[in-house]
Design a protein around this ligand. Structure first.
Ligand code: BTN
Length: 329
């Protein structure tokens, strides 16, 4: 058997012993079932243990499934994933420079809609406005999704707002925590940043070729995991909920929410998401400064419109803005 055949066998063996609900299974039975030798069954169990699964052997050398690792393995992500297409094609890595960069390449190669690129670690995680995204190993969620929406390029910012709503819903599903969205797409817990979204777009004048939705979430970081300069601005879901988060489960919940919200967005634009945008908004009715390049505008946030633009009541009247950095004071 080649290595990749052994890995395929390992996947099948995993499914079988996992569904056996803690009951022991003889290697000879598994060998018969998959028409292979006992030796190869033993070897596939070795592969599963290498992947991080805990599998016990009893005195009679029968196998018992104990638990699954909280690692971004395709097998784990797909196990009980309740989506039709979002995250069904998966590329997992341990270290990459940026999942967005890989997803863009895959989009050019026409990887299917909903393709997920995910890594345990990024060495050059990209943030908005040319910033970095701090992406330490095995504590966060760093992933990118490939989409091909048939919408006008001017509507693309709406996708990042929808993503923010899906993420806020995902975080709020854990606990009754104070999760907010700071326009356009920063996710905050108790005023500190917990997640960010970076949309990268390839388009012609009137047609989107593809969109890459990059999502970074601080999940299991504790305070000392953040570099000094981020400690006053950043938080994690774990800090917010006071419980360690199963990262694969978080991802599955997010993919399910996002598939639902993306479908609604394609049908109705932001109409459907408006109620939630208002509910989660950290800026509604606040006076803010909006910085766009060298220009700064002061106004009161009265809404986010159906194109995802920030609506400000300014000295010069009501104005809508589609980009910029907001600060409150
Ligand atoms: C922000 O500045 O708020 C956006 C941060 C987006 C970070 C994510 S992590 C996964 C994906 N790959 C990247 O290089 N960036 C995004």
């Amino acid at each position: 058997m080649t290595n990749s055949e052994l890995e395929q066998l390992a996947d099948k063996v995993l499914e079988k012993i996992r569904s056996h609900h803690g009951q022991p299974l003889e290697p000879t039975k598994l060998a018969d079932l998959y028409k292979t030798s006992e030796e190869e069954i033993i070897s596939s169990i070795g592969i599963l243990r290498n992947w991080g699964y805990t599998i016990k052997a009893d005195k009679e050398r029968r196998y018992i499934f104990v638990n699954a690792p909280d690692n971004y393995l395709s097998t784990e992500i797909l196990y009980n994933l309740e989506t039709k297409f979002m995250g069904k094609r998966i590329y997992t890595y341990y270290t990459v420079q940026s999942t967005n960069a890989i997803a863009s390449q895959l989009a050019i190669a026409k990887s299917p809609e909903g393709t997920l690129v995910i890594s345990e670690h990024q060495t050059r995680g990209r943030g908005r406005l040319g910033r970095n995204w701090h992406s330490p190993e095995k504590v966060g969620l760093y992933c990118s999704l490939v989409l091909y929406p048939k919408i006008h390029p001017t509507l693309a910012p709406g996708i990042s707002i929808v993503t923010a709503v899906s993420l806020a819903d995902t975080i709020a599903s854990y606990d009754d925590i104070d999760v907010k969205i700071k326009w356009p797409n920063d996710i905050l817990i108790s005023g500190l940043k917990v997640a960010g979204i970076l949309i990268e777009l390839s388009a012609e004048i009137d047609r989107i070729e593809h969109i890459v939705v990059g999502v970074g979430v601080n999940l299991n970081q504790i305070r000392s995991d953040f570099p000094e300069e981020l400690r006053k601005q950043a938080t994690s879901v774990r800090i917010g909920t006071k419980e360690k988060i199963r990262r694969v489960e978080f991802l599955q919940r997010f993919l399910k929410n996002f598939e639902r919200d993306y479908a609604a967005f394609k049908k109705y634009g932001l109409k459907d998401a408006r109620k939630k945008i208002t509910k989660y908004s950290s800026l509604h009715n606040k006076e803010v400064k909006l910085k766009m390049g060298r220009k700064t505008i002061i106004g009161i946030v009265i809404d986010i419109d159906e194109q995802g633009r920030l609506v400000l009541d300014t000295k010069e009247g009501i104005m809508n803005f589609n980009a910029g950095e907001v600060t409150t004071h």
